[in-house]
Design a protein around this ligand. Structure first.
Ligand code: 5CA
Length: 159
C-alpha cells in the first residue's frame, strides 16, 4: 500500500501516533466527503461512519464537535440542554479556522484548537467504525473505545 499521504492526512496520522494509537490513515481514489460516500468507499454500513460535525454556539460563538453516527441527525434542541446554549451551523471558514481541516475531511483529533467534544452513543454499537482522516479522500478505521479515548469526548444520545 502507498504510504504517501497528503499533508492534511499526514497531520492526522502524526497526531494519532503522538497520542499512542496505531490506526492507519488511508487515502482512497473516490470521494469520502459525505458519510454515504465514505461508507461506499470502504464497504461498510453508513451507521459505521463517525461524522465529525462542527457546530457554533449561538451566544458565545464557540466551536463544538459532535461525532455522530453516519445515519443519525443531531437533535440540536437536545444538545442545547447539554451544552447550555443554542447551536448554529458554522460556515466553512469557521470550521477551517477552528479545526484546521476542510468540511468533508474533518477528523476526530488533530485540530488547530481544542474542541469541546461529544460522541453519539449509537457509534458504540459497532465493533469497528471509520472516521475522516483530514481531507475528503482520507479515512481511518478505529474502534468506538479508541474514538472515546483519543477525543476524551462525552458519550451521549445525540438524536
Ligand atoms: N468524510 C466524511 C465522512 S467521515 C465526512 O466528513 N462527513 S461529515 O458528515 O462529517 O461532514 C460533512 C458535514 O459537513 C455535513 O454533514 C454537514 O453538516 C457539514 N457541511 C457540509 N456542507 C457544509 C457547508 N457548506 N457549510 C457548513 N457545513 C457544511
Amino acid at each position: 500500500m502507498s504510504t504517501t499521504l497528503k499533508p492534511s492526512a499526514q497531520k492526522v496520522q502524526d497526531t494519532l501516533i503522538e497520542l499512542g494509537f496505531a490506526n492507519t490513515i488511508i487515502e482512497l481514489p473516490n470521494s469520502t466527503r459525505t458519510a454515504v460516500e465514505a461508507a461506499q468507499a470502504v464497504g461498510c454500513d453508513v451507521a459505521q461512519i463517525a461524522k465529525s460535525l462542527v457546530f457554533k454556539t449561538k451566544r458565545t460563538q464557540r466551536p463544538v464537535l459532535i461525532i455522530a453516527g453516519g445515519s443519525n441527525r443531531v437533535n440540536e434542541k437536545k444538545m442545547r440542554a447539554v451544552i447550555g446554549e443554542k447551536l448554529g451551523k458554522p460556515d466553512a471558514n469557521f470550521v477551517r479556522r477552528h479545526t484546521g481541516f476542510v468540511i468533508g475531511g474533518v477528523p476526530p483529533v488533530g485540530h488547530a484548537t481544542r474542541l469541546e467534544t461529544y460522541i453519539d452513543e449509537d457509534l458504540l454499537q459497532h465493533e469497528t467504525i471509520w472516521a475522516a482522516g483530514g481531507n475528503p479522500f482520507a479515512l481511518f478505521q478505529l474502534t468506538p473505545a479508541e474514538l472515546v479515548a483519543m477525543t476524551g469526548g462525552q458519550v451521549l444520545a445525540v438524536k
